[in-house]
Write a protein that binds this ligand. Structure first.
Ligand code: IPE
Length: 258
């Protein structure tokens, strides 16, 4: 079983302060991940590193591309320091070097390029670490820089590996999972095929009935996160949204499956 862990940028950094890392969270994540058996791949977001520089300099010019990538390396090295501390033998693969966006009929399709070294490294017993990054959006007629998010990378890896390995995705953020409504029960399981959920009290409902808190977040909050998780689950890969790797590996959190 390959475990793909997506760490949200706002989970591991303080988004309000440039280049600030929440080190206690990295410590917790690395420690928990060291107990998970089998190959692992870690993907992290940009938080107050990538997003800050992408916004400051733009991404359609050489300075912005360089500054943003350099900041992401810095963050990634910090993630790796903690993974290394817990014996996870991390190896960095920049998102922009291993994933592109194919743009076909108005749809963004995150696609691996040169995935082989990542795959081999994971099988060797190392932990590949990749991150949301500046890459290129390539259509039949044009190509331009774009940001590929950590969630898009999780999708690309899931879609690419689903026929070859059994894998699962843990989406780790600061909430234990998806709630039926603010203050309401936690959703235990979502079936994307039937559009239904079961909550922690055993009650069922339709996904259309979920009430999301309006977070005013640029990346769309939990509603957008759930949509991205459902895209992965539609490929046949189970996703667990949780605030803890340990809990997720015990099947706790919100499970999204086909
Ligand atoms: C963005 O990655 C990376 C850059 C801005 C270069 P994500 O979109 O996955 O980052 P978070 O999780 O929202 O911070």
């Amino acid at each position: 079983m390959v475990t793909i862990v997506k760490l949200g940028g706002s989970y591991i950094t303080d988004k309000n302060k440039p280049e600030s890392i929440l080190e206690d969270r990295l410590e917790k994540i690395a420690k928990e991940l060291s107990f998970v058996p089998g190959p692992k791949i870690v993907i992290h977001g940009g938080g107050s590193f990538g997003h800050y520089y992408a916004l400051k300099y733009g991404i359609d010019n050489p300075i912005g591309i360089s500054k943003t990538r350099m900041a992401m390396y810095k963050l990634s090295m910090k993630v790796c320091e903690y993974l290394d501390k817990y014996g996870l033998r991390p190896v960095i693969f920049p998102g922009g070097s291993h994933f592109i966006i194919r743009y076909i009929d108005g749809r963004r399709i995150p696609t691996p390029v040169n995935f082989y070294p990542i795959e081999r490294t994971a099988i060797m017993g190392n932990t590949p670490v990749t991150f949301g990054d500046i890459t290129f959006e390539v259509s039949r007629t044009a190509s331009k820089p774009t940001i590929i998010s950590g969630d898009e990378i999780a999708y690309a890896i899931s879609a690419y590996t689903v026929m070859r390995y059994s894998s699962r995705v843990f989406m780790i953020s600061d909430v234990p999972g998806v709630y039926v409504k603010p203050g309401g029960p936690l959703i235990k399981r979502i079936k994307v095929l039937s559009n239904e959920f079961v909550d922690e009290n055993g009650n069922t409902g339709s996904l259309d009935d979920i009430e999301f808190r309006d977070v005013g977040d640029a990346t769309g909050g939990m509603k957008a996160k759930l949509e991205r998780a459902m895209k992965i689950a539609r490929k046949g890969v189970k996703v667990i949204i949780s605030n803890s790797i340990l809990e997720a590996s015990r099947g706790r959190g919100t499970i999204i499956e086909f």
